[in-house]
Ligand binder design. Structure first.
Ligand code: PLP
Length: 227
């Protein structure tokens, strides 16, 4: 388990180095620890080291861990593909959803978000290339979906999220992330108060930070390779 804490420290140092290199303030780039396939014990260890934000992809797997760890004050982010029959569980158990890409999903989350809870924090997942993993709205459709989400009282639109194709070249990575940053700026010009760019994974977070990321979602860098 010490290896986990070592990787966690190294990861935070790497984020700090990327911020320094690209002129970003470190406290403007949050680290979301992607804990899919990881145990509640590993999450607890990171929580004791100060990590608060955790990302999960699979609803059933996440619900067990959220329950096991309810004595801790953690912020849970849903970052997987969201099926209609799972929206209620997500609306009840998570604080954030990064992967909203349809009007219908937004409506269901709005209806199902419990009234005792604060609004669900929402990012729109944007599809930046055809070869990208499934999910995401086309860039042209982002303004309409953003306006719809902003009008729903139980949701709070926070910004945009992307999973670009896995390429190794920094400049190509930067190109995708810059496109998301431009889309975000165009929403701000339309008067929408978005403040979040959820972009950057273990293989491309430095380029994402250079392009303006405010949340990097890192699994492998912290926990090691998944099975
Ligand atoms: C798994 C996953 C991550 C983390 O990926 P790593 O390459 O392990 O850092 C980030 N975002 C999403 C949406 C994921 O599904």
């Amino acid at each position: 388990m010490n290896a986990l804490l070592d990787r966690y420290d190294l990861t935070r140092a790497a984020i700090g180095a990327a911020c320094a290199e690209h002129g970003r303030e470190p406290d403007k780039v949050a680290l979301l620890a992607v804990s899919k396939q990881q145990s509640a014990a590993a999450i607890r260890l990171l929580a004791q080291a100060g990590q608060r934000d955790f990302g999960e992809n699979y609803v059933q797997e996440a619900l067990g861990k959220i329950k096991d760890l309810q004595d801790l004050t953690l912020t849970w982010h849903f970052i997987g593909q969201l099926q209609s029959n799972k929206t209620r569980a997500v609306a009840e158990a998570f604080h954030w959803v990064h992967t909203v890409d349809r009007t219908k999903t937004a409506q269901r989350l709005n209806e199902q978000r419990p009234h005792y809870a604060p609004p669900l924090q929402v990012c729109i997942q944007v599809k930046l290339a055809e070869e990208a993993p499934k999910g995401g709205v086309e860039p042209e459709q982002v303004p309409a979906l953003a306006a719809q989400i902003a009008s729903l009282p139980r949701l709070r639109l926070r910004g945009l999220m992307c999973i670009p194709p896995a390429v190794e070249d920094f400049d190509r990575q930067y190109g995708y992330f810059s496109e998301l940053a431009r889309l975000s700026a165009s929403l701000q010009q339309r008067g929408l108060s978005v403040d979040t760019l959820s972009m950057g994974m273990s293989g491309d977070f430095a380029a994402a930070i250079a392009a303006g990321s405010t949340i990097v979602r890192l699994g492998t860098a912290i926990f090691g390779a998944r099975a």
